[in-house]
Structures are given as C-alpha cells and as structure tokens.
Design a protein around this ligand. Structure first.
Ligand code: UDP
Length: 267
C-alpha cells in the first residue's frame, strides 16, 4: 500500500488521511513488517520543529504523520493543498486499541503520571473485550533510563503497538532512540491521550474540537500552558505569510509536487 498523499506545512510533512484511511494504512504497515514510527503534528509541534532540526528530521522520517490539530488544516487550506480531516492522537489511541482487540495485537501503554497508563488501558480493555495489554506503566523518558526501559519492554514480549505519552518532543525522541532496540512493530507518541482516556483530564467536547477551539479549552483546564500556546498565534502568522509567498512563487510542496515520496521505514 502506497503512503497516502501528504502536504508540507512550514517544513513538516503531514499525511492527508481520514481516520479510516490511517487505520487501513497502519494495518498495512504492520502486515508489511519492519518497524514504524507514527507522529501527530499540530501547530505547537511544527513551531518546535522549526527551532529544532533534529526533531524535524524525526517527524519527517516517520512512516505516518497524522493531521492532529486544527491549525494544520487552516495552514494547508491557506497554501492551497487542503487536508481533508483532522485525525487526533487521542482518537487514534481509541480506534487502534479497538482494532488491536479485533486482531489480537499486543499493546503497550507507556508514559504519563503513575497509574494513568494503567487506568487508560483498563478502561480500553473494558470497552474492547479481548484487548491484550502487554504492559501499562509510566516508565521514564530520560536517556539515562533507556537501558532499563528497553529491558522492561523486552520482558513484556513482542509488542505490536506501543503508545508513548511523554509529550512532544520527548516522546518522539524516545521512540526514535529506542525503537530499533525493542521488539515493537508500530510506535506512536500520543501526548495527553492517556490523561483524557483515563478521565484524569477533561477533554474539550466534540463541538469545541470541531470549531478548532480545543486549545482554549485546554488552556482553561491547564492554565500553565499559556507560555507553550504562544506558539499558536506565531504559527498562524507564519502560515499566512508563507502561503502568500508560496502563491507568489509557485506551488507549495506536497506529494504531488517535486518532493520525493516517503518510503516505508523498514528496519
Ligand atoms: N509526561 C510524562 N513525563 C514527562 C513529561 C510529560 O509522563 O516528563 C506525560 C504527561 O503526564 C502527560 C503526557 O506526557 O500525560 C503529555 O504531556 P503534555 O500534555 O505536556 O503533552 P502534549 O499533549 O501537549 O503533547
């Protein structure tokens, strides 16, 4: 199965997928073997990637980049390469856990505060009978803990799907460093998904998310985020300026333009 059509937004590759297409593609990646990293760019992540070339390289080397974040849809539309849907990491954790239960995949939930990964896994297992939870624990994201974490994950046996909740860019770096040393097929950084799914943090209601205001809801729930969210107006301003420049200069980069199509990341 070919990689879906993708567009480039301020230097970061984003796949134009719906939730169903993403699920189908991930199943195909799983079936094809190898190891694959899945990322979930949003406006904050794109801005972080602009300051950090190494982080950007990790994002752009991923096998699939889900359009998680309304801001990306806005930017893609502005530059004339629209994305069809927003696919959030949190929704994908739920949908992939459902798929895993149906397929007998072994799933590991790593990260978040003590007890949260286990509560998230328990809730999903109740909802999707047959879900095989290979492990659920906070672990530790710092490189000094890598050896210990690798040993713990190896002890859990083969893992089809690993969710890592350390927030960006820690979780993406963790996966990029550790995936080659783990018996894991698909690994995805999922930010605050375990907090939401376990019910520890309230998620914005669907209508707020549809309007693109989940950032405002999150700010109300977790006011300490204001500093990080300064990236959002910067992203919007840059998206407008870039779209104008690109329209004057020619086409923006996308899989239909001159950029080489991303291949599978087989290891
Ligand atoms: N987190 C963690 N260790 C860390 C930093 C974050 O386990 O050193 C967890 C945190 O508890 C939360 C998740 O990572 O469950 C996502 O954090 P955040 O909400 O900051 O990330 P975002 O969703 O904004 O990427």
């Amino acid at each position: 199965m070919d990689r879906p059509r993708w567009v480039e937004i301020l230097g970061v590759r984003v796949d134009d997928v719906t939730e169903e297409e993403a699920l189908a593609y991930l199943e195909a990646l799983w079936a094809g073997g190898g190891q694959h990293q899945i990322v979930t760019p949003n406006a904050e992540i794109v801005m972080a990637a602009r300051r950090d070339p190494e982080f950007r390289a990790i994002l752009n080397a991923a096998s699939l980049a889900l359009p998680d974040g309304f801001g990306l849809l806005f930017a893609a539309w502005l530059q004339g390469t629209p994305l069809r849907a927003q696919v959030t990491g949190t929704d994908m954790v739920v949908r992939l856990s459902e798929r895993a239960a149906a397929r007998g995949w072994r799933v590991f939930y790593l990260g978040a505060r003590p007890g949260v990964a286990a509560a998230c896994a328990a809730r999903l297992a109740r909802r999707f009978p047959g879900l095989v939870v290979a492990g659920a624990e906070p672990g530790a994201p710092d490189p000094a803990s890598d050896d210990l974490m690798r040993a713990r994950l190896r002890a859990a046996g083969p893992i089809d799907l690993l969710f890592v909740a350390y927030g960006a860019p820690k979780q993406e770096r963790w996966i990029a460093r550790n995936l080659p040393h783990l018996p894991v097929r698909l690994a995805m950084g999922v930010g605050g998904a375990f907090d939401f799914i376990s019910g520890r943090v309230r998620r914005a209601p669907p209508w707020v998310r549809r309007l693109g205001f989940d950032w405002l809801f999150r700010l109300a729930m977790e006011p300490w985020r204001w500093r990080r969210q300064l990236a959002l107006p910067q992203f919007a301003a840059l998206a407008v300026a870039t779209a104008v420049r690109q329209r004057l200069a020619g086409r923006p980069r996308s899989s239909e333009a001159d950029y080489p199509s991303a291949g599978r990341r087989g290891r």
